[in-house]
Design a protein. Structure first.
Length: 290
């Protein structure tokens, strides 16, 4: 089955590389989905072809944040009831969204073999894409690991809470020692002062430097902003509802950074590369003490 899926994915009609960014955090409540949605809108506003895959396959909420009511979801694609182009919905600024199912039994932690259906589905896409954002589920499930290790860039969202830093470290440790991921970008979210973001990054960096063989890069900070909360209540992106707000400004800066992130050396960059990596067995575990 998987060999046929790979063959299907290689038949993509895309003519240019697709940048794949997994947005994760380890802990729920750090604002990961808000970052994913607004980063997607910011990139789309810059003229990029962007798709946001809601990979929280059990408790999806990307559509909820934007007030969308999709008739079909990724669950219907994986069950064979619908083709992927039928479930894609358009959000603000032309952002394309692949909605996931919420509260559907069996979707929260799919076995690796089922991801072959994703390869086939995305292999059939003829959409011109520049960036695929993957909003992962919270935690460190096999699904989160699969999406993160397959992406070209892993953006770890943290906030100034001990649990957030501890869970981010656990996520980075698992991905580095069990899945061969060695480079991470860290975004500090909901910071009270500009310098707090850099300080938060250095807290995580100091622990990782002590125990792990990884490279962490600071991706910036998004301030705590009441306008972001108001935008959520209005079911809009903050870039649309309050484009001059501090959060909107920070997210536009992040979008500009993403555009300058280098591609992985030796990677084809097409979506088949992403899904082949996702199904590839994890490398042998590396020893660690912390």
């Amino acid at each position: 089955m998987l060999e046929a899926a790979f063959d299907q994915a290689r038949g993509l009609r895309a003519t240019k590389p697709v940048q794949v960014v997994a947005i994760t955090g380890g802990k729920g409540g750090v604002g990961k989905t808000n970052v994913s949605v607004n980063l997607g809108v910011a990139l789309a506003q810059r003229g990029r072809g962007v798709m946001l895959l809601d990979a929280d396959l059990g408790l999806a909420n990307v559509d909820v944040l934007l007030g969308l009511k999709p008739r079909w979801t990724l669950a219907h694609v994986l069950s064979g009831e619908r083709e992927l182009p039928e479930v894609i919905v358009e959000g603000p600024a032309g952002l394309r969204i692949v909605p996931a199912a919420s509260g559907v039994a069996g979707m929260a932690d799919l076995p690796p073999s089922v991801y072959g259906g994703l390869i086939q589905a995305f292999g059939q896409l003829a959409i011109d894409l520049d960036v695929l954002l993957v909003d992962t589920a919270p935690g460190v499930s096999e699904g989160v690991m699969s999406f993160a290790r397959a992406a070209q860039d892993v953006l770890v969202v943290v906030c100034d809470e001990p649990a957030s830093l501890a869970d981010a470290y656990a996520l980075i440790k698992l991905l580095s020692t069990q899945h061969g991921v060695s480079r991470f970008r860290v975004l500090a979210n909901m910071v009270r002062r500009a310098r707090d973001g850099r300080e938060l990054f250095h807290k995580l960096l100091s622990v990782c430097d002590q125990y792990l063989d990884v490279v962490l890069e600071f991706a910036g900070a998004v301030p705590f902003d009441d306008y972001l909360r108001k935008a959520v209540q209005q079911r809009q992106s903050v870039l649309e509802a309050y484009p001059r707000s501090p959060a909107a400004f920070a997210l536009r800066q992040l979008a500009e950074q993403v555009g300058h992130w280098p591609r992985v050396s030796g990677a084809s960059g097409h979506l088949e590369f992403f899904f082949e990596r996702m199904l590839r067995p994890a490398p042998a575990a590396v020893g660690g003490s912390a």
